[in-house]
Design a protein around this ligand. Structure first.
Ligand SMILES: *Cc1c(COP(=O)(O)O)cnc(C)c1O
Length: 385
């Protein structure tokens, strides 16, 4: 290893980006047919042609490619504030409550820099959850405290309280929750929300609402009561804009002002700002496919419950999490990891990409025909087990 690189980084495993597979291939070389990318929870629907044409027009006639982007994001913040107010039926969200970033991933890093860097704090996460919190913390040398979840993926609140109250030399400064959670799809319960409400205001509570548009569950309306809460949202999922990398935070103006200090000056390319502005103004139109996605989610869930080798959990999101039953693992004569990997690899060979994570498979809800193939391919994979 190069001797000038921080030693702790050699322990770190990079997040495996899309397209999936540790080998970096979208699918195995022998697979030449249809590939269903159901591994990153994007919307299966691209932007409507009309919006793409508007973006193309903006690129041609409005964008000055030689100029830096608007580094203040003024227009976009105003539009997001308007959408955020509508989304939670509130009227207090102003541009000063918003910070915009290159994907919410950037905000996760900025929040960590603002709170924990330099040995000031550690973070608390309940596994299984979104892996970027832990990965990003480790890149900054920030300790990660983990607690578990029960059979229904509800957070072990006693352990969490214990970790916050009695943490060692590095106190817990940030708690991350996803509402609804990824990879498991469950929204926070009333008991979990009650727990968030009583976390001391010396601890930042990050509520990641990446899947809000699917679940319609939000804690935004309570934000004014809790200056230590921040809500993260993204354009990468329901807004169909993953390629443009736009995320935002809604928080107390003192926190957003701090985030603005930390971020890089031109963090959001002009075309991404244009695309986000356009889609947020067309939110109603873009969201017309959500009922279809939710119906498909319910259908996929129902059909998966009839597959006896699988355990499947209810989902509030556009994804479904499954694990192999212990009987299915035993019948396969393989270890649990090897059995799961065999199913995952078989799906991949058949052209269905899902995410193998936390001892299970996280399956994004796709278009109806994709979901049909998911079920058919799963049946083949399980028969071969
Ligand atoms: C997809 C996702 C995001 C979005 O990340 P971006 O960087 O905005 O694309 C954030 N949080 C969770 C939990 C997600 O699943």
């Amino acid at each position: 290893m190069l001797s000038f690189i921080r030693a702790d980084l050699s322990q770190l495993v990079a997040y495996t980006p899309h397209p999936g597979g540790a080998e970096g291939h979208a699918a195995t070389p022998e697979h030449t047919g249809q590939i269903d990318r159901l591994d990153t929870n994007e919307s299966p629907y691209d932007l409507p042609d009309e919006l793409k044409q508007k973006l193309a027009w903006a690129y041609q006639h409005e964008l000055e490619a030689n100029r830096y982007p608007d580094g203040g994001h003024a227009a976009l913040k105003a539009a997001i504030a308007h959408y955020a107010n509508d989304s939670a039926q509130v009227d207090w969200v102003q541009p000063e409550h918003i910070s915009v970033s290159s994907g919410s991933d950037e905000l996760i890093r900025s929040l960590l820099i603002a709170t924990c860097l330099g040995g000031e704090g550690s973070i608390l996460v309940a596994e299984p959850t979104f892996s970027m919190y832990g990965i990003t913390a480790k890149t900054l040398g920030i300790p990660v405290v983990t607690v578990g979840r029960d059979e229904q993926f509800q957070i072990d609140l006693a352990a969490a309280n214990q970790a916050i109250a009695h943490s060692s030399s590095v106190p817990v400064r940030v708690v991350f929750v996803v509402h609804p959670n990824s990879p498991t799809g469950n929204a926070l319960t009333e008991a979990e929300i009650e727990w968030l409400r009583q976390i001391p205001d010396t601890v930042l509570v990050v509520i990641d609402e990446a899947y809000f548009e699917f679940s319609q569950t939000s804690l935004l309306s309570e934000l004014p009561l809790h200056p230590n809460w921040v809500v993260l949202r993204t354009f990468s999922k329901a807004f169909r804009l993953a390629s443009h990398r736009v995320g935002y935070a809604i928080a107390h103006p003192e926190l957003t002002a701090t985030l603005e200090k930390i971020r890089l000056p031109y963090n959001l390319p002009s075309m991404s700002q244009t695309a986000a502005l356009l889609t947020v103004s067309q939110a109603e139109t873009l969201m017309t496919v959500i009922p279809t996605i939710l119906q498909e989610r319910d259908r996929l869930y129902q059909q998966l419950t009839t597959v006896h080798q699988l355990r499947v959990w209810p989902s509030d999101s556009n994804l479904v999490f499954v694990r192999l039953t212990s009987d299915a693992v035993a019948a396969s004569g393989r270890s649990p990891e090897a059995a799961l990997d065999a199913v995952f690899q078989s799906l991949k060979q058949q052209g269905t990409l899902v995410r193998k994570i936390s001892g299970g498979l996280r399956i994004t809800v796709g278009k109806p025909e994709e979901n049909e193939r998911t079920l058919a391919h799963l049946v083949v994979a399980l028969q071969a087990l």
